[in-house]
Design a protein around this ligand. Sequence first.
Ligand SMILES: Cc1cc2nc3c(=O)[nH]c(=O)nc-3n(C[C@H](O)[C@H](O)[C@H](O)COP(=O)(O)OP(=O)(O)OC[C@H]3O[C@@H](n4cnc5c(N)ncnc54)[C@H](O)[C@@H]3O)c2cc1C
Length: 235
Amino acid sequence: MSMKRRLVIVGNGMAGARLVEEIVARGGGHRHDVTVFGEEPVGNYNRILLSSVLARTHDPKDIFLNPLPWYATNGVKLHAGVRVEAIDTARKEVTGADGTVERYDSLVIATGSRPVIPPIDGVLHGPASARARKRDASFKRGVFVFRTLADCDRMLAFVNRVRRAAGHRRRPPRARSGAGLLNAGLDVHVVHLMSYLMETQLDAQAAACSSGSWSRWACTSTSRRQRRRFLATIR
Ligand SMILES: Cc1cc2nc3c(=O)[nH]c(=O)nc-3n(C[C@H](O)[C@H](O)[C@H](O)COP(=O)(O)OP(=O)(O)OC[C@H]3O[C@@H](n4cnc5c(N)ncnc54)[C@H](O)[C@@H]3O)c2cc1C
């Protein structure tokens, strides 16, 4: 019987995968049996570069940090495409959506965050209740969140069929995502609650200096009502 400790990591995103890389690099595989659950059915990729995939300046295969074979080569057991549904801390085991059960001595939860779905009418099938927005929402045709490679694929498959795109952002606009949609020949609008972009990073003056690079698509909106009206127009 193996005397190694069992380490289970839930989440194969940037943090979880970096931890695994570090353990492997430091020879931790001699002391631990490492098991990773990742909801996404792929290896680990640089999520920050998704914007470049959308902009078509990077091919999806170029953004992989550790493709699937890396895990086996480095003695790491990966359950790719398996979402962890339950953790039993008394029995020290996790259960995946496919029924896989793994026992652990140490458990790391590195599940990142979920996209925020703003309270805008008409983007979801059914009421846009806070609860519905937090769960895996069912979006109307042409409405996407942007967090995974699969989201990126869905958007790229759709852009050839439309002329206009509106993006809602709470965080800084990612120039290359807008550029990607512009590259596809779309008329791109960014709907933003505040009076200028990147308000948590910049003051108004600094934002004005950077606005040149956004001017091909930026549209700011200062109220929720305006934002709703704007999205209604775009639709
Ligand atoms: C398009 C885009 C551009 C970005 N650009 C920048 C940038 O320029 N600069 C910057 O600093 N940050 C940027 N970010 C943010 C950055 O990507 C995140 O901060 C970072 O990915 C967080 O790492 P994480 O491992 O905590 O979460 P994630 O990378 O989100 O990984 C979490 C993983 O856990 C998986 N998971 C969740 N729940 C479960 C479960 N129950 N079972 C199994 N697996 C599960 C998810 O599927 C996901 O693969 C960007 C994000 C996006 C989406």
